[in-house]
Design a protein around this ligand. Structure first.
Ligand code: ATP
Length: 326
């Protein structure tokens, strides 16, 4: 087993709240084990441009509660090409870096997988994405914060919906995964939740809204995942307005507020535990895996299997939504 002495950490792809807590865990665990720890700015781009710097314990002071990422993040076209990865390797070698922790999504893991195979640098991935769409883990860093942000916003929308007897159609993030919509919709008592994992019959939605109108239930919330089959909240609103022009229907797209803000306790715990496990893995010679948490245990998944995956959504949840909104 090759001994690791100098490790680097970077954040790549889309940012997610809790990435700072993960960076902190990697740096402090590394220092605890007497490793030299380096930070790489702007993900793989920083590996190519050589924006690499030594980190100390105090480099990560006062960041556990901050959203975003102090190491910044970026997407990097050159890293897709062998020449780009070679340049990145040469820069890591200048600092003697022999282990890498990549906090990002499945694209970042694909890059890490190629890189480690070409240059024999062990890489460990940590799932950092608000979408919770990666195979091999029950949690991703940032999901819980994004959901809680959505819940807080939808609660506020409910107040104004109630004051004006309005139907609000609220679009949340998640790309082609419906977890943010499902969790935030259930937690805010939405009448309908439209997610890509489940086909929605718009006639059922209209029938339900009509029944609500008959019994003078005027506050209605519909939560739509941005990747739903209709193409987002505006399209859903168009269908509803066509069929029920008498309803006062409004659309709110929550957008990027779901990416920012102070990470929740759960995201800080998940990030801290995963960051700690990543360094442990490098020291134990475990390479080219993503750290996940499954059934409350740390589980490693080979980087090439830590792909974008739609986790199963139990149909029971949708039944619960229907019953509770009746
Ligand atoms: P998010 O889930 O937020 O989109 P991600 O990690 O999936 O995060 P990507 O843009 O797919 O985001 O990937 C981040 C970076 O990883 C890319 O800009 C590129 O530098 C590198 N990368 C992605 N896929 C590959 C690949 N197949 N080969 C080499 N590098 C890759």
């Amino acid at each position: 087993m090759k001994k690791v002495n100098n490790i680097a950490v970077l954040t790549s792809g889309g940012d997610a709240p809790g990435m700072n807590a993960a960076i902190r865990a990697v740096v402090r665990t590394g220092i605890y084990h007497q490793l030299n720890v380096f930070g790489v700015m702007y993900g793989y781009k920083g590996m190519l441009t050589g924006e690499i710097f030594p980190m100390e314990s105090k480099s990560v002071a006062n960041i556990i509660q901050r959203g975003g990422t102090v190491l910044k993040t970026a997407r990097c076209k050159e890293f897709y090409e062998p020449e780009g990865r070679k340049k990145a390797y040469e820069n890591l070698k200048k600092f003697g870096i022999d282990g890498l922790v990549v906090i990002g999504g499945d694209g970042s893991f694909k890059g890490a997988q190629k890189f480690s195979q070409e240059f024999d640098i062990p890489c460990i991935g940590l799932p950092g994405t608000i979408d919770k769409d990666i195979a091999g883990t029950d949690f991703t860093i940032g999901f819980d914060t994004a959901v809680n942000t959505a819940v807080e916003a939808i609660d506020k929308i409910r107040d104004t919906a109630d004051a004006h007897d309005r139907l609000f159609i609220i679009e949340v993030m998640g790309r082609d995964a419906g977890y943010i919509a499902l969790h935030s919709g259930i937690a805010t008592g939405a009448e309908h939740i439209l997610i890509p994992e489940h086909k929605t019959n718009i006639d059922d939605v209209i029938d339900h809204l009509t029944a609500n109108e008959r019994r003078s239930k005027m506050v209605n919330l519909i939560v739509v995942a941005e990747g739903d089959e209709f193409g987002g909240a505006d399209e859903v609103a168009r269908h509803v307005k066509e069929r029920m022009p008498q309803l006062d229907t409004r659309v709110t797209v929550l957008g990027h507020i779901q990416r920012g803000g102070s990470p929740t306790c759960l995201d800080r715990l998940v990030a801290s535990r995963m960051g700690y496990a990543a360094v442990d893995a490098l020291l134990n010679g475990t390479t080219n895996v993503m750290v996940g948490i499954v059934n409350n245990e740390i589980q490693f998944t080979p980087l090439d299997k830590a792909v974008k995956a739609k986790q199963q959504i139990d149909p029971e949840w949708l039944k619960i939504v229907k019953i509770l909104a009746s």
